[in-house]
Design a protein around this ligand. Structure first.
Ligand code: MN
Length: 145
């Protein structure tokens, strides 16, 4: 049941990740469904205006549906705008990051394997390769730690 304002009864609002290890800004996480008899889990993430998720990749895939606000997504070498009800697939081992627009939060459902590998972060060489792509460079330019 909903508790309103993108909160749900008995669902705790958590920090997105432990602080310090990766670069992200103003993101919360709520796990909506997780059961021992299911191999997937469904989370709701919300990035505050001008915030962003970690730039990362991993062997598991993500299936994302935007539920609130607007922003931009980087998937692989593609940057695109996202808004309510857009679906985004992040394939395995594909760099990805979500950024909320300056004046709007970005909230989305994310379906993922319950058991999954740890995200990898780009090294300097990989960042340099990504920044050589102008649209990706522009997307990454606003990154804060
Ligand atoms: Mn990810």
């Amino acid at each position: 049941m909903t508790a309103g304002d993108y909160r749900w009864d008995a669902v705790e609002v958590l920090q997105y990740k432990e602080q310090g290890k990766t670069s992200f800004r103003d993101v919360t996480r709520q796990t909506l469904f997780r059961r021992p008899d299911m191999r997937g889990e469904l989370r709701y993430f919300e990035i505050a205006a001008a915030g962003h998720s970690t730039l990362e990749r991993h062997a598991h895939a993500h299936a994302v549906m935007v539920l609130r606000g607007a922003g931009k997504a980087l998937v692989g070498e593609d940057v695109f705008s996202v808004k309510n009800f857009d679906l985004v697939t992040v394939p395995p081992l594909t760099w990805h990051q979500f950024r909320a627009d300056p004046g709007s939060p970005l909230g989305f459902l994310c379906m993922v394997d319950a058991e999954r590998d740890k995200p990898q972060l780009p090294d300097d060489r990989e960042l340099e390769r990504l920044r050589a792509i102008p649209t990706v460079a522009a997307f990454l330019a606003g990154t804060h730690s």
